[in-house]
Design a protein around this ligand. Structure first.
Ligand code: SF4
Length: 747
């Protein structure tokens, strides 16, 4: 960004008069939290996210004239991302191997003509990444539904869809029930399948506050993540000169996919303990007043099969009993989780079991207690609230029709995996992506790339170059848009947008930097102009008004989206407003039973044949989703390498390999047709790492080719990226010298 630009920009990050971090969705401190927003209210990865967007590097027509698509496709994701901000619309016409500049109107003509030429609107899919603002998301879903389809896949399909499905079924609302203050006032925080040190770093400050208040933390993870061991907070003297704060009081190094068995055993221990001392452990008043199906649940919970539990979890009974005692001694328990729970076959069952555990002691709708799925994308929750979902309820669709005098489709659309399947089968012929990096974020890379190349049209609204741009359809367009850090001037003046964080706080974000190019359009302007071109000038929705003044969109949101009444007034409050959450707000559970539902979930641990490992895909510390900031995964002691597979040293020896060997990683998956499907990812260096025995890890998107399209979670259809059975095959050139691995990892 350069020094001057950095000095002007970072002080605005996560500030009330500034812009929301384009990184994760960890909330900002509110006035209610004692108004302790820091001058530097951001973490290292937030600064990197801003630097990526506000870079001074630029690419335009000359860049694309120099680089053919075929040449660009050979480049790494890291290299592509480092080329700079896109500055003008580009088109790749059928048969050409270079992107060429195109005017905005001509671009919208091409898109509209291709979409209109489809046999049905359901042959198109409209993807959304979690960076899209509420205003753009609301306008986009309206455009898509007015076009005639509900094919609105989004990045949530690949991350917290399982959380939404489980929470909606059990407590009636698909989002977390805690505020930042609840987390920080909990006396026990369970962190399951999450690495906040890399993926939600400001969360460490909150965990530090839990510790300073005498609270305890339990970390459950197949990997000993540094960020959950000790935190040196750079905002405190003790963090700079001292040894910082020890975080996890208990680290349960669980076997991949063992969380369901662990949670069931913990619930069983609580029920059995209460049998010994009725009313001393379980919150019977809460259970009787607010829950459903406790008796059936308790019956099966008491029957703990310890041999199966220890096998599935890889944990000893003593440790599980220790954690159960911590739960019994806790008055305010919060359970936080991320992809380590959501990207498994039984992810929904596992998260239902989290709810069971908390219901037993009345830990929902209580200050300092509750469920906390931590979102990885800054506005993924807001986009869903605005209607970016392929299965919106009738009430929402009816409200749209009433508000705009339009007719919208009722047939549910396709989520991301179904869109990929549809492309593969030739039933989806066009993809329009609002942000994101569809080709790299999705599983089964070779299948995905073939499917994308088979499309008649691919359109990406982007700020920077990425893999998806070099996996084009017959006709491909890149539409450059404003970043979150940039001023958004429209006819009525400078605009602000709104986002919703992981704790349901909706607040404003105002870009301050001069746009990277005069040829950029905002997301809202792109949607508005495409709608006018696609739906015609006589369409009942006043699209041009959306672009002229975002208040117009917000007034519509206020009348259509539940919980968003008086939207314009309330988002102008310094801290915005908090979306309603009946379980949190009033212990009201809008479920089918009208109560919080206990559920019975039966673990089916993944069978791993001899000589195989169970692999999870994950981020390095130097990446954000598919954006690679750099090649330094320093907390794991890995530098200058991304094609690495982390394996326990004892497993390496048992498999007859050595640290540093070069291998192909081959996944094996029992397909629905009963045969074993294989996927290969070549040239990975084995890195000896203290993973749980039998478990391995590799970075995505490099490991995404190993996750077959059909490997999805029950109910949520989320790709099973955290539990892939793999074998390692030796490579002829056995060792890779380039990567540097410091002894840090042996700690
Ligand atoms: S914790 Fe997340 S939202 Fe906060 S500054 Fe870091 S990346 Fe951004």
């Amino acid at each position: 960004m350069g020094i001057g630009r950095t000095a002007r920009t970072l002080p605005l990050l996560n500030q009330r008069a500034g812009f929301d971090c384009p990184g994760c969705a960890w909330p900002d401190p509110l006035a209610a939290d004692g108004d302790r927003r820091k001058a530097a209210e951001f973490c290292e990865n937030g600064a990197k996210a801003v630097a990526e967007e506000a870079t001074i590097r630029r690419i335009g027509a000359d860049f694309f004239a120099r680089h053919s698509v075929a040449e660009l496709a050979e480049r790494t994701d890291y290299w592509l991302g480092q080329q700079g901000r896109l500055t003008q619309p580009m088109i790749l016409r059928h048969g050409d191997d270079h992107y060429r500049p195109i005017g905005w109107d001509a671009a919208f003509d091409v898109i509209a003509e291709n979409l209109a030429a489809l046999g049905s609107p359901d042959e198109a899919a409209f993807y959304t990444s979690g960076r899209t603002s509420n205003e753009a998301a609301f306008a986009y879903q309206l455009l898509v539904r007015c076009f005639g389809t509900n094919n609105l896949p989004d990045c949530s399909n690949m991350c917290h869809e399982s959380s939404g499905a489980a929470l909606t079924e059990t407590i009636g609302v698909g989002t977390g029930s805690v505020s930042l203050s609840d987390v920080e006032h909990a006396d026990l925080v369970l962190v399951l399948g999450q690495n906040p040190g890399t993926n939600h770093p400001r969360m460490l400050s909150s965990l530090e506050r839990v510790k300073h208040r005498g609270g305890r933390i339990v970390s459950v993870n197949p990997l000993p993540e540094t960020g959950l061991r000790r935190f040196k907070n750079p905002q405190n003297l003790s963090g700079i000169v001292g040894s910082g704060t020890a975080l996890a009081d208990e680290f349960a190094q669980i076997r991949i996919g063992g969380d369901l068995a662990l949670l069931k055993a913990l619930s069983g221990l609580l029920v059995l303990a209460d049998d010994e001392a009725p009313g001393w452990v379980l919150d019977h008043e809460f259970i009787e007043k607010h829950t459903h199906a406790f008796t059936e649940f308790a019956e099966q919970a008491r029957d703990i099969d310890w041999a199966a539990t220890e096998r599935a979890t890889g944990l000893e009974r003593q440790q599980i009993e220790r954690i159960a005692r911590m739960l019994v001694e806790s008055d305010r328990t919060v359970v936080c989780w991320a992809m380590g729970l959501t990207q498994h076959k039984q992810a929904v069952a596992t998260i239902r079991e989290v709810v069971n555990l908390l219901l037993l002691r009345g830990m929902i709708g209580k200050p300092g207690a509750g469920v906390c799925p931590v979102r990885g994308h800054s506005n993924v929750q807001g986009d869903r609230t605005m209607g970016i979902y392929e299965k919106m309820p009738e009430s929402f669709l009816h409200a749209l029709e009433r508000e705009f005098g339009v007719t919208v489709p009722r047939a549910h659309g396709r989520d991301t995996v179904e869109v990929l399947r549809g492309m593969h089968e030739g039933r989806i012929k066009a993809l329009v992506a609002m942000g994101g990096n569809f080709a790299a974020a999705t599983p089964d890379t070779e299948v995905t790339e073939r499917a994308l190349r088979g499309c008649a049209l691919t359109v990406h609204v982007s700020t920077k170059l990425n893999r998806s741009h070099v996996v084009p359809g017959n006709t491909a367009l890149i539409l450059p848009t404003l970043g979150r850090t940039e001023r958004d001037g429209q006819e009525s003046g400078e605009q602000f947008v709104t986002v919703e964080d992981s704790m349901s706080v909706v607040h404003a974000s105002r870009g301050r930097l001069r746009p990277a190019s005069d040829h950029l359009l905002s997301e809202v302007a792109i949607v508005s102009r495409l709608a006018r071109r696609l739906l015609g000038a006589q369409h009942p929705v006043r699209w041009e008004e959306f672009e002229r003044d975002y208040d117009v969109i917000r007034d519509h949101i206020a009348r259509v989206v539940p919980g968003c009444e008086d939207y314009n007034q309330r988002v102008r409050q310094p801290d915005g407003f908090v979306m309603p959450h009946p379980p949190r707000d009033s212990r009201t559970f809008p479920t089918e039973s009208g109560r919080a539902n206990f559920t019975v979930n039966v673990p089916e641990p993944v069978e791993v044949p001899d000589g195989r490992l169970l692999l999870q895909t994950l981020r390095s510390h130097d990446q954000y989703n598919t954006t690679i900031y750099g090649l330094s995964d320093r907390y794991r002691g890995i530098e200058d390498a991304r094609r690495v597979v982390l394996v326990n040293a004892d497993d390496i020896a048992a498999l007859g390999f050595a640290d540093g060997d070069l291998v192909d990683v081959v996944s094996e998956w029992m397909a629905a047709h009963g045969g074993v499907e294989e996927r290969r990812a070549s040239r990975f260096r084995i890195v000896a790492y203290p993973t749980a025995r039998g478990c391995a890890a590799a970075y995505y998107p490099e490991a995404n080719p190993l996750v077959p399209l059909g490997a999805v979670a029950e109910k949520s259809n989320t790709p099973v990226s955290k539990a892939v059975v793999v074998r390692l095959e030796p490579q002829s050139q056995s060792r890779l010298r380039s990567a540097r691995v410091s002894p840090a990892r042996s700690r």
